[in-house]
Design a protein around this ligand. Structure first.
Ligand SMILES: Nc1ncnc2c1ncn2[C@@H]1O[C@H](COP(=O)(O)OP(=O)(O)OP(=O)(O)O)[C@@H](O)[C@H]1O
Length: 628
């Protein structure tokens, strides 16, 4: 096992790719280089909020090492890990559909690559350690709440079995920054916090966009446009290091290497989105600078797990146009793959890469069907399964059901003809109806979020001068959404809860009947029902998490941490490490109660058992989360 002083660093990326000769930290364009050397800026009184043992194990660090008193010194950047060589990476990006030019690691920095005893290479990175040449007008710092959100969710996504960058440590400090003001105008001071991220590499689609020619819409170009040699260098490094099988098979024909690598990136990206869709997770900022070249989930900002199922769910408060809704994630990721092809066109013409874009849909569809069958416990393949899945989502949407609990509860249903089938069917139906959204909750969810003056102004524009609509762009889309919500709210005014519950029951009954018919196809006269039920339950429970990082759970942990109590962060992390364990209790006593935030936060703070209060419906459908 390694010690903090003897981590086995081997900084291949810095040796292989050009480093900016200019040592200045001031914001500037960096041309002809992939990295700029930087230094973490020390913070006052660093303290460890939490670490992820399983992530730190990747670096060969033992428990004993992780309990050292000076951990926070090393993982705040106050003390430099021997062998590390901090540098910020230069990249560009399409943000919300438009090319932004140079972005780069403005708040993150590469520390180096640790090769562990299994010979795995792990890049480690700080997020929030201070200024770099890419910080533009910002300060390179991150605060406690956004760091806890990233720390917890990186690990949550990993333990769900979804490819992701990892989070090793979260260290906060007495150094302060201001991100917001109180209503009376006083500044809100927040603690500078640093997380350690771990991944094979943090190279993104945006890393290749430094070669992008002038964008006709924004007039911006990548800082290394036209530098074909550097593009080849970056492509070769990426292929050789991260796609070694492709590299060794086609090395003699470089064009072939690049095309095969591009195809594999498309396939990995498509599979990644399926995994997100399958657990109801929204990324929130699917810009090209947040798309990993390895198909990993990267950058946990305003992400969200869906509670009440809504395909148009937007988790990012600044996404007025709804570009990154749950429903749109696949098409946006495909669009991002297209942008990657455009970025490398100086070396691989678009005419040679674009024909492979349909691979995205093929891979997506194949993997999605496979995943959904597992989630529903369907072992045989039947063409109508697609329709069964669609009708489930429609029922979830119409009843306003909780994404996670709906899927998890279905494993309680045994195969038809099992002795307890009728009893279980009734339990599942009752559960599904009781966890569907209430009329009051729907009203709350459809309440206006738009400033009334802006709403009035939009109304006027549309009535008096419709020709202006195209110029309003994203603002008009937001306005249209608001109108939809307003008309839904009107519909809901006279809706009685008894009526909704009855309608929900009808809808669920209909779907469950369809599901039962389909389950019949899983059995024949030879089937050992007991064994088949066991297998079905196992497959379903391994694919439908019981415990996910709902916004309010993260928020509880943040609230406690902001008061100096880190125990809830640590407890939630433990729960997230085993998201598929335990039984979802669907008996009426546990489902009727809608637990409040405080009961959820204070109960059994040191236990690693899944807290029943976290099984129930979340107390709030939408929390207003500020993320910086
Ligand atoms: N506090 C900050 N100081 C300086 N630059 C920042 C800060 N926050 C974000 N940026 C920069 O703004 C751009 C977009 O931010 P985004 O939130 O996508 O990245 P990030 O979360 O900081 O990093 P990553 O994508 O690596 O997780 C990036 O270039 C990022 O480095």
């Amino acid at each position: 096992m390694a010690k903090l002083e003897t981590l086995n660093f081997d900084n291949l990326a810095l040796r292989s790719l050009p480093v900016d000769p200019n040592k200045e930290i001031r914001p500037r364009q960096v041309s002809g280089a992939c990295f700029s050397k930087v230094k973490p800026i020390p913070v006052k009184n660093p303290v460890l909020v939490a670490y992820s043992g399983s992530a730190m194990e990747l670096l060969d660090l033992s428990q004993e090492e992780l309990d050292r008193a000076d951990m926070a010194e090393y993982f705040s950047g106050n003390k430099l890990l021997p062998g590390s060589d901090p540098a910020a990476h230069c990249y560009c990006g399409h943000q919300f559909g438009y090319f932004s030019g140079q972005l780069g690691d403005g708040a993150t920095m590469y520390l180096g690559e640790v090769v562990n005893k299994k010979k795995e290479r792990w890049e480690i990175q700080f997020k929030g350690a201070g200024l770099t040449p890419y910080s533009r007008t910002a300060d390179g710092r991150k605060v406690l709440r956004s760091s806890i959100r990233e720390f917890l969710c990186s690990e949550a996504i990993h333990h769900l079995g979804i490819p992701t960058t990892r989070a090793g440590t979260c260290v906060t400090s007495d150094s302060k920054v201001i991100r917001d003001i109180f209503y009376d105008g006083r500044p809100i001071e927040e603690r500078c916090t640093i997380i350690l991220r771990i991944a094979p590499t943090f190279i993104r689609f945006g890393s290749f966009e430094i070669f992008k020619p002038v964008d006709p819409e924004t007039g911006r170009a990548g800082p290394s446009v036209g530098n074909k040699d550097l593009l080849v260098q970056l492509l070769d490094y990426t292929a050789k290091t991260f796609y070694p099988e492709i590299w060794s098979e086609y090395e003699a024909d470089k064009q072939k290497v690049y095309i095969e690598m591009y195809k594999e990136i498309i396939r990995r990206t498509a599979r990644l989105v399926v995994e997100w869709q399958a657990v109801g997770w929204c990324h929130g900022v699917l810009n090209t600078d947040n798309m990993s070249i390895l198909g990993l989930t990267i950058d946990y900002g305003p992400y969200g797990f869906i509670d009440r199922y809504d395909p148009d769910y937007i988790c990012n408060g600044s996404d007025d146009g709804g570009r990154y809704t749950y429903r749109k994630q696949p098409e946006i990721c495909k669009w991002n793959c297209e942008k990657l092809a455009e970025a490398i066109q100086d070396v691989v013409p678009v005419s040679e890469t674009k024909p492979f874009l349909p691979l995205f849909d093929e891979e997506y569809s194949k993997h999605y069907k496979d995943k959904m069958r597992k989630k529903l416990g369907l072992i045989k393949e039947v063409p109508e399964d697609g329709e069964l899945v669609e009708s489930l989502f429609k029922t979830m949407e119409d009843t306003g059901s909780d994404f996670t609990n709906t899927f998890r509860c279905l494993s309680n249903l045994p195969l038809p003809n099992s002795p307890d089938y009728d009893i279980k069917m009734k339990e599942v139906l009752d559960y599904l109806v009781s966890q569907s959204c209430t009329v009051d909750e729907l009203k709350k969810a459809n309440a206006s979020t738009m400033d009334p003056r802006q709403l009035q102004m939009m109304m006027m524009v549309i009535q008096t001068n419709p020709a202006l609509i195209p110029a309003l762009g994203r603002r008009f889309e937001a306005f249209e959404k608001e109108l939809k919500k307003m008309s839904r709210l009107e519909e809901l005014q006279d809706w009685k809860q008894e009526f909704k519950s009855k309608e929900d029951r009808d809808l669920w009954e209909k779907w469950l009947e369809k599901y039962s018919q389909r389950l019949l196809l899983e059995t024949d006269s030879q089937t050992n029902l007991q064994m088949a039920n066991k297998q079905r339950e196992q497959i379903m429970n391994n694919n439908n998490p019981r415990f996910i990082l709902r916004n309010y759970i993260a928020q509880n942990a943040i609230n406690a941490a902001e008061k100096g109590d880190y125990s809830e962060v640590r407890r939630v992390l433990k729960l997230l490490e085993r998201p598929y364990d335990g039984d979802l209790d669907i008996t009426p006593t546990t489902i009727a109660t809608d637990k409040t935030e405080s009961t959820a936060a204070t109960s059994r703070a040191d236990s690693c058992q899944i807290d029943q209060s976290y099984d129930s419906k979340p107390p709030s459908w939408s929390l207003d989360l500020r993320v910086t």
